[in-house]
Design a protein around this ligand. Sequence first.
Ligand code: 0O2
Length: 226
Amino acid sequence: MIDNEFEKTFIRTSNPNIFKAGTLFDNPEAFHELMMHYYCAIREVTTKLEVLNDELSLKSRHSPIEDIRSRVKSPESIAEKLHKKGLEPTTANIVRNLDDVAGIRVICSFVDDIFDIANMLASQDDITLIESKNYIKFPKDNGYRSLHLIVEIPIFLSGGKKPMKVEVQIRTIAMDFWASLEHQLKYKKNISNAEEISLELKKCADIISATDLRMQDIRNKLNNSN
Ligand code: 0O2
């Protein structure tokens, strides 16, 4: 059973829990409104990803995206993250200091698809790329691999448009499989053989990475032989 908030709330479509009481915050009404805006931003980016996937599937008979999941961070996680940064739980602090309240996870079959999708998304004229972290070229010490983008996208409200930040994590099926298991290690307490498990996970990450590259190579050969 996976028991961390991120994995539990990353669901296929929308997160109905975003209107959960935001009483931890200075102004619960403003908090709810802000969460609604993050939810809208997720929908805007998700639609863009779906459109790209539909178009590329039709053109190449290969769907680059296997799955799209999204979540808005829970009020508790937001408050905890602000607390760790030494900040008061206010909506102004959320907007100024947190980039991952709205999160989208994109699962691709092949490594090249990750970068194709990222480039196509980031080059759209209503998207601003704020930050990009390439943990595929530069994996974390524990073996974590993924491409992280922070993008800004406008949402269109009755009073005008508002720019919103969204974190987009793009990874292969294999990278996602690994990260889900590793996440359990991070959140489980009192593991007696944690070091041994970390080493084993690191080995698996390297095997997975090599396999991803070989799969990409096979696919390139198949494409070239058509
Ligand atoms: P949760 O519960 O997954 O949302 P920042 O978010 O900017 O304050 P950081 O570490 O600079 O922190 O951001 P980074 O590196 O872009 O990582 C953010 C998210 O990527 C994490 O969210 C995880 O979802 C994922 N991630 C990063 N490193 C690892 C890792 O080693 N293992 C796994 N399984 N996932 C990772 P949160 O906020 O940590 O938690």
